[in-house]
Design a protein around this ligand. Structure first.
Ligand code: FAD
Length: 669
């Protein structure tokens, strides 16, 4: 950690708007800095909510660039994508238009943990994303590097907090806005590393962001350092695929977006992936050349779940590691070797790669490299991603310590609706922000979505290594499934935030009522187990002969689906087989019906704790009305939890402290 040593009194180091002679135009409701996966979602969501939005980014031609792997989704990440889509976000729809190999992971487990994943055509994704961004009403896109923030003097009613009111670009020009969202990814003091060479860059070919990093530090934000890396890219025609294990895509393809019934390309036209493995020769090259590999020697934390080949060899010696050879696009000559992220000197990378089966003649077209960058301790932001230190300044994406396109996109979706509700400038005009500020914030809780879990983990626990989403982080996995993200979030997104289109809302309403009706009909059809046996001979029902069995319970059996059930009992079930998605979702609902009953009781308990709001202006360091240890006071002061539930998840905040806080909240309410 780099300890922050600046105080609010030192703000003049950062520009104050009263000092600036620059004209107060142009003026936007929202400025989003960064056109990566967080920035594109944040900018379009803010515009969808009705804000005049400016997306400021280094280069328009890198908007939507996938810095590393040419794939989206996977276990846990696929859930985030469905939730982003449920809030009308972009990435899922764009993936349905740009994939080259669609596969659902974890199929052998239940649908609650299936992981939708696709290999994506990099070029196509960027093209489709740029088309969408450049055609979004209310959204202006401008190239430029932001160097500094413009702050206004603290507002008296906000206990001395200053407020962001615009940005300063590298050429000295200024742009003003009601709120500013920082989504600068790996660019804050970014340093690229290959072998012993290090040079400043946000990613290969892009300048780092140094002025902005200094500004944030001067403001008193606690800054940490993380690292990540990417593998070399290999010429496709130099690989001997014929001796490798081939993986074909799913048939049919499952789309990411609720609005799509299918993806843009037929399964038979999609591209395969291939599997190979490392071997002891790879270990030998890594171990012999550690002295030439400064990224590996660095003590900064890298991604635990997407480690470099060097970290894998050091942590798990003498093991064979999987290497997936993944296409970079339909007409790309490059292959991405997933599992071989490395920072060896460029000349040794090809030597190592050619030791691997199928890659004996491989040609490296672009070397792998590492990147080290600043991130901001996410305990410095609220669940709506607004910073504690500066009003109307929001952080989203890798800047908050996460890794992955999906994690970045998900955060941005969560914050944009909040902007509208907070009155942080999304509704046009100065008076509009005052008008809407009376609305409550839009926060997704842990009981409602993976987005809620992601943000709650970050804001209450912080992170000391790149954070990625997993199903295991989620307490209520059986309720928070990829299939029902629309029911969980689309309706709220429409009513509470205004970020969801009418068409999507109506579709989600139709699905919700059809599911409810279908479940109720399935519950009402009851026969004896022997009658069911006659109707559907392939099912063997294990229940007492005397008790009638509901159609909903028969649907739980693996060998039964809505089609077989409707064949047995055409009326009234036939109509539920007309929509494929509805039929599949009824089957999933039936599978989880009994376990969900118990989970819903637990969810209610958690929601009660979440409903107990802690006062926003409480000064934990000095307050005398509640008995708390000094350590607990410091932890609460830093994280500023908004509810009793969030406070209880902060490590070191004891059950006794929670009881005292609870008493305090009850006396103040
Ligand atoms: P980015 O996608 O990095 O976008 C940041 C944007 O901000 C860029 O458009 C940049 O131009 C702009 N910007 C920055 N500073 C300024 C400024 N001052 N003014 C204007 N514009 C600015 N994720 C994985 O899931 N798996 C991996 O294996 C993986 N490996 C990675 C390897 C490398 C080398 C890198 C760089 C990233 C890797 N990632 C990986 C992470 C993944 O790319 C990010 O998590 C994701 O892109 C983060 O999205 P973001 O929007 O926060 O930032």
């Amino acid at each position: 950690w780099v300890a922050a040593s600046f105080t609010k009194q030192q703000f003049p180091l950062v520009r104050l708007s009263s000092d600036s002679a620059a004209p107060r135009t142009p003026h936007f409701d929202v400025i989003v800095i960064g056109g990566g996966h967080a920035g594109t979602e944040a900018a379009t969501a803010a515009a969808r909510c009705g804000s005049r939005t400016l997306l400021l980014t280094h280069r328009v031609d890198t908007i939507g660039q996938m810095s590393c792997n040419p794939s989206f989704g996977g276990i846990g990440k696929g859930h985030l994508m469905r939730e982003v889509d449920a809030l009308d976000g972009l990435c899922s729809r764009i993936c349905d238009q740009s994939g080259v190999h669609y596969k659902v992971l974890n199929r052998r487990k239940g649908p609650a943990v299936w992981g939708l994943r696709a290999q994506i055509d990099r070029k196509l994704y960027k093209q489709n994303m740029q088309k969408e961004i450049l055609n979004t009403p209310l959204l202006t896109v401008q190239e430029g590097a932001v160097e500094d923030l413009i702050l206004t003097e603290p507002e008296p009613e906000h206990t001395g907090k200053c407020r962001v009111s615009g940005v300063v670009l590298v050429d000295g020009s200024t742009v003003y806005a009601e709120s500013v969202i920082l989504t600068t990814g790996t660019f804050l003091r970014g340093m690229i590393v290959i072998g012993l060479e290090m040079h400043p860059a946000g990613r290969l070919g892009d300048q780092p962001s140094i002025g902005l990093a200094q500004t944030l530090e001067k403001l008193g934000f606690v800054v940490g350092r993380l690292k990540t890396g990417t593998p070399p890219r290999i010429a496709k025609d130099s690989i001997n695929f014929s001796i490798l294990n081939k993986q074909t895509p799913d048939n049919p393809s499952v789309p990411f977006s609720f609005t799509n019934e299918t993806v843009w390309i037929k399964p038979e036209d999609q591209l395969p992936c291939y599997l190979t493995h490392t071997n002891p020769k790879v270990d030998e090259i890594v171990l012999k050349n550690l002295h030439l590999n400064s990224h590996v020697k660095e003590t900064t934390r890298g991604p635990r779940y997407c480690p470099s080949i060097e970290s894998k060899v050091l942590r798990f010696p003498n093991r064979l590691h999987q290497v997936w050879l993944e296409p970079e696009g339909m007409d790309s000559d490059l292959i991405y070797p997933q599992g071989l992220s490395m920072t060896l000197p460029a000349e040794l990378q090809e030597k190592m790669i050619t030791c691997i089966r199928g890659l004996e003649k491989a040609k490296v077209i672009q070397p792998g490299y590492g990147v080290q960058y600043d991130y901001l301790d996410p305990r410095q932001i609220t669940p709506s991603l607004e910073t504690h230190l500066v009003q109307r300044l929001f952080f989203a994406g890798q800047i908050n310590g996460t890794t992955g396109y999906e994690e970045a996109a998900a955060q941005s979706l969560a914050l944009s609706p909040r902007l509208e509700c907070s009155g942080a400038g999304v509704i046009a005009g100065i008076n509009a922000s005052l008008r809407v500020s009376r609305k409550p914030p839009f926060v997704v809780s842990r009981t409602e979505g993976y987005i809620g879990v992601l943000i709650d983990d970050l804001t209450t626990l912080g992170t000391s290594e790149p954070y990625r989403m997993f199903t295991s982080r989620v307490e209520f996995r059986l309720s928070l499934r990829p299939d029902n993200a629309d029911i969980r979030l689309t309706l709220r997104g429409y009513k509470d935030a205004g970020c969801v289109s009418q068409q999507r809302y109506e579709r989600a309403c139709w699905m919700k009522s059809s599911l409810e009706e279908g479940i109720s009909v399935l519950k009402s059809i009851e026969f004896s187990s022997s009658k069911w046996k006659n109707l559907i001979p392939e099912v063997s029902i294990s229940t007492s002969r005397s008790l009638p069995v509901r159609a909903l319970d028969v649907l739980k059996y693996e060998e039964v689906d809505m089609d077989s059930l409707a064949k047995a009992v055409p009326e009234p079930l036939k109509k539920y087989t007309k929509c494929r998605e509805l039929a599949e979702r009824l089957k999933i609902e039936a599978t989880y019906e009994s376990v969900l009953f118990h989970q819903l009781q637990e969810i209610k308990g958690v929601q009660q704790d979440e409903a107990l709001q802690l006062p926003k202006d409480i000064d934990y360091l000095t307050i005398r009305d509640v008995s708390l240890s000094h350590e607990v006071r410091e932890k609460l002061h830093f994280s500023r939890p908004q509810t009793i539930g969030a406070a209880s998840r902060i490590p070191g905040v004891t059950p006794a402290a929670i009881i005292n806080l609870l008493r305090f909240v009850k006396t103040t309410q």
